[in-house]
Write a protein of this length. Sequence first.
Length: 183
Amino acid sequence: MLLRRLAAAAIAVVALAGVQVAGATPAQAAPRVLYYDARQAQEFISVVNQGAQIWNSRATNVRLEPVTAGRTPNIRIYADNGWPRAQTTSLGNGRVWMGRQAVDQGYYPPRIAAHELGHILGLPDRRTGLCADLMSGSSAPVSCTNSYPNARELASVEANFRSSAAVAPQSYVWQPAPAGAAG
Ligand SMILES: [Zn+2]
């Protein structure tokens, strides 16, 4: 009698599990789409697109798309002669400058673009000196061509967009001013 009840209970559990698997496809939320406007990025337009594609090839909770007509971009991207830098206003929103100063020094443009977009995606600078880290930025050797986030950086971005994390406005500069220097 007991055995029969246990068997019945086991069948019920299996049936329930089966219903759940069949009925509820895992709740895969649509990625949050961020629109970027690179039309003022001058000679860096294609490298900015490349940086966006790098993130799109890895992240599932967020997508970077070129802005379409009539839409307000989340991210505006410019080119100038200073250091590359990013100003974030909140998670997924802000401005990026593809500064020529780093390119002139030999830093790899796709890495710069993916790095600066990383700030918009909520990642701070971590100047580890390691080329494997995208957010090590200019602390990695100039010869570093790694333009992809490492697993920890990617996990952090995924978590940010899974929870719509609150990120305080921040400014980041590719090359920090030397200690004691003004500005
Ligand atoms: Zn940075």
